[in-house]
Ligand binder design. Structure first.
Ligand SMILES: *Cc1c(COP(=O)(O)O)cnc(C)c1O
Length: 341
C-alpha cells in the first residue's frame, strides 16, 4: 500500500487553511484575507492550489491535474519528498554520481543516506539497489537523464529498479525534454510507488522562475500539499508560467537547436587532443574527460567561460560538465579547449 510509505502523522495532519481555500463560487467583494483593497498586479494572495496552472500543465502532459504538485523548483519537491516519506532507518538511497540536492535534502532533514553507486559505465547497479532495499531504505532517487553523466535509463531499466526496491522510487526527469527516450511517467499506471519529477528550469527556459512539477499518486500529492507553505507559487510566477506554457512551439524549437548543437559538440570535442572522452548524453550538457580537469577549467575561466568541474565525483575523474549554449558560445568552448592541448 502506497500509504504505508508515508509518515503516519502527516496523514493525520490538518494543514493551514487559507482564506481562499474556504471560498468557492462567485464573489466580487473580498474582505477575507486582510489584503490592501487598492488594485495592483499582486494585491491579492495567489491561488494556493494553482488550479488554472495545474489544468494547463495537465493538458500539456496528458495527465490528470489531481496527480500534480507544483513546487518552488523541483528542489522544493525533493525536500518535501524526503520529509513526507517514511524513508526507513538507513535513510534515502541515491545512485552517485548524481544530482547533489538529494543528499542535501537528506542531511538538512536529519535523514540518513545509502549509496548504490552507478557502475563505471554509468549504468544502474541493480545488486546495490536490491541491497539498499533489503537494508530498509524506502525512498530511492534515480535521475534520468542523469546529472552529471547525461545517461538516460530505459523504461525496462526503471521497471527493474522498481521491482527490486520495496519503497517509493523518484525518477528525476529534469532533462527529459532533451532525450529521445519516453518519460517514466508512462509507468505510473503500473506502479503507484513511482514519483516523477520534471521542471520548467531547463528546456522551458524558466530557471529564474522556480517552478517544478511532481507527478505522483494521490496519497503522495496530498501529503506534499499538507507540508508545503500555503502560497508556495507566487501570483507573478503563476501568471508568467501560464503565458509561456501557451506557446510550447518556442520551447520545442529551442530544444531542437540545443540537441543538434549537443551532437555537433560531441563529435567536434571528440577530435580535440585535450579531450580523452565525450560521454553520450541525452541532456543539454556533455560530460567530457579532459585528463587535467583543473587546468582546463582554469584556462576556460581565463577566457571568460564557466563550466562545471565534476572531477571529484565518483567515476568522473578528469571530467568537466559543459552545458550546451548558443552555437557561438559552443564555438568559443571548442576554440579554448583546442588551445589547452
Ligand atoms: C537542475 C536540476 C533540477 C533543478 O530543478 P529546479 O526545478 O530548478 O529546482 C532538478 N534535478 C536535476 C537532476 C537537475 O539537474
Amino acid at each position: 500500500m502506497i500509504r504505508d510509505f508515508i509518515k503516519p502523522y502527516i496523514q493525520e495532519l490538518v494543514p493551514y487553511s487559507t482564506a481562499r481555500d474556504e471560498f468557492t463560487g462567485d464573489a466580487r467583494v473580498f474582505l477575507d484575507a486582510n489584503e490592501n483593497p487598492f488594485p495592483s498586479a499582486v494585491h491579492r494572495y495567489p491561488d494556493p492550489h494553482q488550479k488554472e496552472l495545474k489544468e494547463l500543465v495537465a493538458n500539456l502532459k496528458g495527465t490528470a491535474s489531481d496527480g500534480i504538485f507544483l513546487g518552488n523548483g523541483s528542489d522544493e519537491a525533493i525536500d518535501l519528498l524526503v520529509r513526507v516519506v517514511s524513508c526507513g532507518e538507513p535513510g534515502i538511497t541515491i545512485t552517485p554520481p548524481t544530482y547533489g540536492m538529494y543528499k542535501v535534502a537528506a542531511l538538512n532533514n536529519g535523514v540518513g543516506l545509502v549509496e548504490a553507486p552507478l557502475t563505471r559505465d554509468f549504468a544502474l547497479d541493480y545488486g546495490a539497489i536490491r541491497q539498499a532495499s533489503q537494508s530498509g531504505s524506502r525512498l530511492l532517487f534515480i535521475c534520468s537523464p542523469n546529472n552529471p553523466t547525461g545517461t538516460v535509463y530505459s523504461l525496462d531499466q526503471i521497471r527493474e529498479a522498481l521491482d527490486l526496491f520495496n519503497g517509493i522510487v523518484v525518477v528525476d526527469e529534469a532533462y527529459i525534454d532533451f532525450a529521445e527516450a519516453p518519460s517514466a511517467a508512462t509507468l505510473r499506471s503500473e506502479y503507484d510507488r513511482l514519483v516523477v519529477l520534471q521542471t520548467f528550469s531547463k528546456a522551458w527556459g524558466m530557471a529564474g522562475l522556480r517552478l517544478g512539477i511532481t507527478f505522483a499518486a494521490r496519497p503522495v500529492i496530498d501529503a506534499m500539499n499538507k507540508l508545503k507553505l500555503p502560497y508556495n507559487i507566487s501570483e507573478l510566477n503563476q501568471r508568467y508560467a501560464l503565458d509561456r506554457l501557451r506557446e510550447p512551439e518556442v520551447m520545442r524549437e529551442e530544444v531542437r537547436t540545443i540537441i543538434s548543437e549537443r551532437e555537433r559538440m560531441s563529435s567536434v570535442l571528440s577530435t580535440l587532443l585535450s579531450v580523452e572522452r565525450v560521454f553520450p548524453s541525452a541532456a543539454n550538457f556533455l560530460l567530457v574527460r579532459v585528463g587535467d580537469a583543473e587546468r582546463a577549467f582554469r584556462y576556460l575561466q581565463e577566457k571568460g567561460i564557466i563550466v562545471r568541474d565534476r572531477s571529484r565525483e565518483l567515476h568522473c575523474e578528469g571530467c568537466l560538465r559543459i552545458t550546451i549554449g548558443t552555437p557561438a558560445e559552443n564555438d568559443a568552448v571548442v576554440a579554448a579547449l583546442r588551445e589547452v592541448a
